[in-house]
Every structure is written in C-alpha cells, then in structure tokens.
Design a protein around this ligand. Structure first.
Ligand SMILES: [Mg+2]
Length: 165
C-alpha cells in the first residue's frame, strides 16, 4: 500500500492499460478526424469524433505505434517518417489509471489500404480550421484526447506554420 504526503496509507482502485498513441494527422493542411462508433458505458450506440488512436504494442515506441495505427485505421502513411514527432505524452486520468497517451504529429503522404479490426467502425473526415472551431463552439467534440489534439492543431501547429514562413 502506498503512503501519501501526510504519511497515511492510501488505497485506490486502479486500471492498468499501458500506453496509447493518439495521432494528429495532417492531410493537405486539414486535420484527419474519425466519426467513430463507441460503446460508452450507459450510452449505447454512440458515434463520436475521435482522432486516430490505439494501443502501443510491446517493443514499440509512441511514434512507431502512431504510424502503425494511422495506417491500419486510415490507410495514410507519413510523407516523411523521420519528421513524425512526439508532441507530448500526458497521463489520461492519473487518479485511477496508468495510461499515458503519446500525441504523435504526422504529415500524411499517400493513402493505401485501411486494415480495420472486426468490431471497429469509423468514417474518415478531413476538417479545415474553421469547421473545427465550429465543432468546438457547439461542444461536438467530447473525447478529451481529441479535444487536446484539435486545440494543438488550431493553436500551436497552425500558428507555427505561419511563424516559419
Ligand atoms: Mg483505435
């Protein structure tokens, strides 16, 4: 049992999932986002907006997992593998799970075959900045990682492009 800063023992429920990669994928300047089927507890048959994402397999790092998941879920491959970047890797919800999510920025090149797993249902969309701002304003993005990725794209990635001329 762990001891807290006050010296008292602490007992907590924990969910152990291991790390996941979330992909901020740019296709011709637009953000690739999925309309994704999810079985959210107590909200059956729900479709939500999500960035491509998936578990990091044994032996992979975030970048390798991101590139693999992007190809499987969307068919896209990076324009230049060596330019794929890990942006940040925060805890999802540190009070009860060890899950960290590595946000991987990918400039997409060619689109090849999608390789969806059975039970995985998603539609691919490309969204321009103005459309994403509308979606945010209407509260249409309800997945925390997707919110973070969309904010990164709008308010860090795009201004960075202008900065670099
Ligand atoms: Mg996935």
């Amino acid at each position: 049992m762990r001891v807290g800063p006050d010296g008292k023992p602490r007992r907590r429920y924990k969910v152990t999932t291991g790390p996941a990669a979330v992909i901020i994928a740019i296709v011709n300047g637009k953000l690739l986002i999925q309309w994704h089927y999810r079985e959210i507890p107590n909200e059956p048959n729900t479709w939500i907006w999500e960035l491509p994402a998936g578990r990091v397999d044994a032996g992979e790092n975030f970048i390798q997992a991101g590139i693999r998941e992007l190809k499987e879920e969307t068919g896209f491959i990076p324009k230049a593998k060596e330019e794929v970047k890990l942006i940040f890797n925060p805890y999802s919800s540190p009070g009860f799970t060890d899950e960290v999510k590595g946000f991987v920025l990918v400039e997409c090149g060619e689109q090849k075959e999608q390789e969806l797993e059975s039970g995985e249902f998603l539609q691919l969309h490309l969204k321009a900045p103005e459309e994403l701002k509308q979606m945010l304003a209407k509260g249409e993005i309800v997945d925390l990682a997707t919110l973070l990725g969309v904010y990164y794209y709008l308010y860090t990635y795009l201004p960075g492009l202008k900065g670099s001329g």
